[in-house]
Design a protein around this ligand. Structure first.
Ligand code: PMV
Length: 342
């Protein structure tokens, strides 16, 4: 019998970054990472599963066939197959859409693989929908698509990778951080300032692999583990200034690892630096709680407490938009949950 399901899954932004994989296994992180989900930047995916003794796939984007995406998704299904009889015994029609414009440089893989993984975990029916085991299974599947996607299935800050300070943390899936987050670090927002909307020169996959022979890799992995312990303390205590310093340091460490890879590369652009400097000046002048972070690209994620939204939007318009491609920026709340839509 044919089964149909539809999920919405948010994108996420890492506060402590995953950059580099462990040897062996598929997509096992060299260090733990933590992220906020971005509930207003999401993918919506419909999956139709038909019993079949061979896993076949039709992939559509917003109703239009996209055969060029099929090898990547088939590869994902092949990685899941050893863990799921359901995947082995079905063919799939998948129709997906992102609510953010294409070609903005915003990674769609976290939301996309997150939504796909939720559909599969739901249809295979192994765990009660909405239970911890259900989200853990979805997170496990999502990781096999794109590492950082495994953090997208939780509303709470999600930790992926083994860490002594996080109970049940694992390299295989992300877990929600259960500790109480201080109210000064709840309800933050993220405005993504689009500095560059082109294809990245170096993919994340290639970037991760350059950590293999990287002169500073071991020191970076150690630092990231330490930063996870620290950021969790800052978030629980409401230590906003140390939180901001740590988040910005993580963004710069990520990009300095790129610049010191062999061969080296850069993803930040002059506009990225100009925005960072404006943010530092603004913070010095106003003392308001804002921070930047970066993912593997030139765009700047401006994180701020929702209480100061008006000042931040005004700041974006007066100082930052000149550095945004076509004046484009996209804002989201943090901490949204995935949704089952049908
Ligand atoms: O999940 P991937 O392979 O696209 O790697 C993502 C890496 C960063 O976005 C740079 C950091 C992170 O933890 O999300």
């Amino acid at each position: 019998m044919q089964k149909v399901v539809k999920y919405r899954c948010p994108s996420n932004i890492a506060l402590v970054k995953y950059w580099g994989k462990k040897d062996g296994g598929v997509q096992l992180p060299a260090n733990a990472s933590i992220s906020w989900s971005l509930s207003d930047l999401f993918a919506e995916t419909t999956m139709i599963a038909t019993p079949s003794n061979q896993t076949q796939l039709v992939f559509k984007y917003d109703g239009n066939p996209k055969p060029s995406f099929e090898p990547k998704i088939l590869d994902f299904l092949t990685r899941i197959a050893p863990f799921s009889d359901f995947v082995n015994q079905h063919s799939f029609e998948i129709d997906t859409i992102n609510n953010f414009p294409h070609g903005t440089g915003i990674a769609s893989s976290a939301a996309g693989f997150g939504a796909l993984a939720l559909c599969i975990a739901d249809l295979e029916g192994q765990f009660e929908i909405g239970s911890n085991e259900f989200y853990q299974r979805a997170s496990f599947f999502a990781r096999l698509g794109s590492g950082s996607a495994c953090r997208s299935v939780y509303a709470a800050p999600a930790v992926w990778g083994e860490h002594t300070d996080v109970q049940d943390s694992s390299d295989l899936f992300a877990v929600p951080f259960e500790g109480h987050i201080h109210e000064s670090l709840q309800n933050w927002k993220d405005c993504v300032l689009i500095v560059d909307d082109g294809e990245k020169k170096v993919s994340s996959t290639a970037g991760h692999s350059l950590l293999k022979n990287h002169p500073y890799a071991e020191a970076r992995f150690k630092q990231a583990q330490k930063n996870i312990g620290n950021i969790l303390q800052f978030m629980q205590q409401g230590n906003v200034s140390d939180f901001i310093a740590l988040v910005e340091s993580e963004a710069l460490q990520l990009h300095s690892m790129m610049m010191s890879s062999i061969p080296y590369f850069t993803l930040i652009r002059p506009g990225t630096l100009a925005i960072m400097e404006e943010i530092w000046t603004f913070r010095e002048e106003t003392n308001l709680p804002i921070a930047f972070t970066l993912d593997a690209g030139a765009n700047v994620h401006l994180l701020y407490s929702s209480e100061i939204e008006e000042q931040v939007i005004n700041f974006i318009h007066t100082k930052l938009l000149v550095n945004c491609k076509k004046g484009l920026y996209l804002c989201s709340s943090t901490g949204g949950k995935p949704l089952k839509l049908s």
